[in-house]
Design a protein around this ligand. Sequence first.
Ligand code: REL
Length: 852
Amino acid sequence: MFSKRLLVLLLLTNPTVSRAQLPVSVDANTNYDLAGAAILVDSTDHEVVKKAAFFLASDLQSVTTRESNVIFIPGKDSQATIVIGSLDKSALLKKMIRQYRILTTDLNGQWEGYKMLTVQDAGQHLLFIIGSDRRGAAYGAMEISRRIGVSPWIWWADVPVRKKMQVLIARDSILQDAPKVKYRGIFINDEAPALSSWSKEKFGGFNSGFYERVFELMLRLRSNYIWPAMWGNAFYDDDSLNIKVADDYAIVIGTSHHEPLMRAHDEWRRYGKKRLWNYDSTKAGLQEFWTSGMKRAWNEKIVTVGMRGDGDEPMSRETATALLERIVKDQRSIISKTTGKPASQTPQLWALYKEVQDYYRKGMRVPDDVTLLLCDDNWGNLRMLPKPGEPTRKGGYGIYYHFDYVGGPRNYKWINTNPLPRIWEQMNLAWQHGVKQIWIVNVGDIKPMEFPISFFLDYAWNPDRIGADDLFEYTRQWAAQQFCSTHSDAIAQLLAAYGKFNSRRKPELLDQNTYSFNYNEWETVVADFTALKEKAEQIQLALAPEFQDAYFQLVLHPIAASSNLYQLYQQVALNHKAFAEKSVSTNYHAEKAREFYERDSLITLAYHRINNGKWNHMMSQTHIGYTYWQQPPVNKIPNLKTLPPDTDYQTLSDTLIQIAKAPFPENLNYPAFFEFNGVVSMEATNFSRKQETAEIQWKKLPDHGRTGDAITSFPVTAAESKLNENTPFLEYEFYTYSLDSITLHAYFSPSLNFYGSDNGLQYAISIDEEQPQLISLNKEDKTSISGIWNKWVADNCIVKTSRHFLSQPGKHRVRFWRVSNGVVLQNLVLDLGGLKPSYLGAPETRIPSSQL
Ligand code: REL
């Protein structure tokens, strides 16, 4: 579709996520057209700069349909020329910089920085994209691509370009940018069956053809670092061209947290001659193995040091810290020997993954130049952060984060379950605690994590640019980038809502017992998803044909598939309930469940057929029928009950199934709560009053949490609060009919004890005049992850209870007192004797102001 629209691309000095705020003007005197521009690049510049020049030429051409060529010597054929170059390699650029007296000293020594500016020369318009280094230049070029409307997901999610007659740029444009987090990476992991089968069918495996596609995507997303696929795959060994392609695209290669010295885990299986992966018994063999890994990896890299047991298992219980320290020492001597430089001159990381963090806590140390890669708990919750005020380290800190995981309490690999508000809140903690050397995220098969991947990498580029309140706007702009601004608001709502719903419980953990019939819980969650699906289908109908493939992958499929799964389990729940009541509807619900089960495979098939089967196999991950953490080989229908025809049916239960619809007043914005059926329930952000100090404030985290918003204190690096009359608190006013001993349930995001303190993160709670009770959110998780942690992450929530006494009926107040950083409150539920079991907690009980 060729639209006659103009795109005005005005570059600003300080770009933010709010591109929508770009001033728009079509004044031909102040703007000129980039359509048909020649792209000038030095033929001896870095390969990645040339690659970016070709991508930009092809992007410009597809947007404007006017031919754009890459040229290697300045020419006058076109009115506009885009000059791209790196300061360290492009002689041509340097010459032109002198010729036009362009100031570039501010780029000297900058990591991946770029500067863009325009110059007019005798009727010719020049747009300079000057990189402080090779990636800086490439990112600058790709920034233009993005701004003219080419999504980074053009190939990976079939996002169409929107045609424009002209692409106008202001004559006096200038833009300068550079990343804040040094290495911004992805880990392709858990890649069987989906990505493996797909890459085999489309490329013949994880070879250079496959990686070219991945690296182009990374360039467009400004990601510079990867841990390649390693499930039976070995980047350096599988295709000798892989290393060259990585270098051509200037992608920094690493190996995962448990694969030391640039060798893939699978290579030990291939070449380890069945020897034990054990430093005591196979020291010489391992040293030789690692030496050849280092010799082979001539490219830009970060070397993983340390050692875990074979196959990503903990080393033996007796593993002594001293042995591990010796291993790292020996590894560094291999690094130094093979590179011919002191080890400190090669970037390295030591991942404090699972039990390795305990070694660190117990005193194990590595040299200061090694980056400490702090890890989440595999479920998106950070386990450790440097304490504010701790001495800085030369190698700094990094974070290894997860959007996908294979392991307990259950694999989650099928679909995107990662809402931005939680990613933001956790990575903001990291950023504010000075973790800025490496951010790497486990992205599983890449698809269907497109949206959170974009966010993670954009946020890493500059965390100061995206605040908690900007997340919806970020989502809207992302939707506009993939589709069109007409529907971007509605699509953003869909993206945010499905992420939130899916994060309540990973689909692999979902079953007929997850939600309750109390509070109409099953009905509500299913109705919410159904409404979302209907909305998604309406938008599908409104979108032009060229958006359909992208829309299906990025929006409709996760919603339709998840909504169907909810319907399936609701029917199983109804089936079991009806069976227990010997209801006539038992067999009906069994039949409905079978229908939804079958529909699940049809939805998968629809995905595999889009764009002539381009994404065949991509959704083949099993997701129904788990009985423990590991996946079943194929989906399996949940156990269904049927009644024989001669059963003595009870028909009454049919009425019971039609549980009355929400008895609670809806959509009332008054912060007073009342007892209803023995319960007072409140969303944390609906407080009646708050106390803050000059240093510490409360901040709402929009859409963070399982039901509504959440709230936490800022700044997130503040000192612990002592309890006194000045301590910040949130106050909730409520009314009861009863006087009694009551239980207060406080619902929190599952944040971990990231300072490793004896008491964990703490808060205090009080009702009326009582002394605040000091409560630890997570001290059970003192060092490692185990036990109760399984429940926290499966429920995506920590529920803490406290006992209180109400001395009279009527008006009361509960105060939630701030003690530690990182405590994120979602809901408060008071049980006055009527609370019934449910997954999300009792719905809010608010009182209209007219009745106050
Ligand atoms: O998700 C993780 O970090 C780990 O489970 C994986 O890195 C793990 O090593 C696995 O893929 C294979 O060993």
